[in-house]
Design a protein around this ligand. Structure first.
Ligand SMILES: N[C@@H](CCC(=O)N[C@@H](CS)C(=O)NCC(=O)O)C(=O)O
Length: 209
């Protein structure tokens, strides 16, 4: 059985959602954030030394990083679902989006989050962070022109990966200027598996409002 180690209000929500989409045999162990620091509890370090979430265990295997976990689950348990055929051109696009969600796209969001907690002195950085945020949001917005999903207009693991960006973006910005991204987020929120996970797991603040 697959165990998803889930930190409340975190990116691991995506992995629970994927397990539900695939109707896998899985269980969720939930961890609470420290009320003052919002950091993960030390118990997570017993699962993986980095102490981050998501992390899954599956028999002898322990896998970290959302993108790697999505890839692992779809390769081993997907039976071809939710990803393009290996070797196809769409598979390359799928890999690009899968990586992009936790590399290029997330970086300016994390910088914004961290610098917002610092005292004065970081203001010189803000224009650069803001322009990078706008650049990445515009890129995502244009990729969704005339399509519902990022790869071949079919729902895939890449959409699950990118859903987090669409969910946290409104915390910093209105999605008013990014209607395609807002509609994408709403489509994710309307998936049956997403709704099921949310209804059975109250530890996620970025779902439908
Ligand atoms: N790139 C990693 C990010 C993992 C990560 O930083 N997770 C956050 C939650 S969203 C976390 O565990 N934070 C708690 C902490 O750093 O103590 C992934 O996508 O899995």
């Amino acid at each position: 059985m697959i165990t998803v180690h889930h930190l409340e209000h975190s990116r691991s929500q995506r992995i629970i959602w994927l397990c539900q989409e695939l109707d896998l045999d899985y269980r969720v162990i939930s961890y609470k954030r420290d009320p003052k620091t919002s950091l993960a509890p030390v118990e997570l370090e017993k699962i993986h030394p980095l102490g981050k979430s998501p992390v899954i265990t599956d028999g002898q295997n322990t896998v970290i990083e959302s993108g790697a976990i999505i890839d692992y689950l779809l390769r081993n348990y997907g039976n071809g679902r939710l990803r393009p055929r290996t070797g196809s051109q769409e598979y390359d696009q799928y890999q690009q989006w899968l990586h992009y969600g936790e590399s290029g796209a997330i970086l300016p969001f994390m910088l914004k989050l961290y610098t917002s907690k610092l005292p004065a002195g970081t203001s010189a950085l803000q224009p650069r962070i803001d322009s990078e945020l706008a650049r990445h949001l515009s890129y995502l917005e244009s990729a969704l022109e005339d399509v519902d999903w990022f790869v071949g207009n079919k729902f895939s693991g890449a959409d699950i990966q990118l859903s987090f960006i669409a969910e946290i973006a409104p915390i910093l910005y209105s999605l008013h200027d990014y209607p395609n991204l807002a509609a994408f987020r709403d489509r994710c929120h309307n998936r049956e598996a997403y709704r099921y996970v949310l209804a059975n797991n109250n530890f996620y603040a970025y779902g439908p409002r």
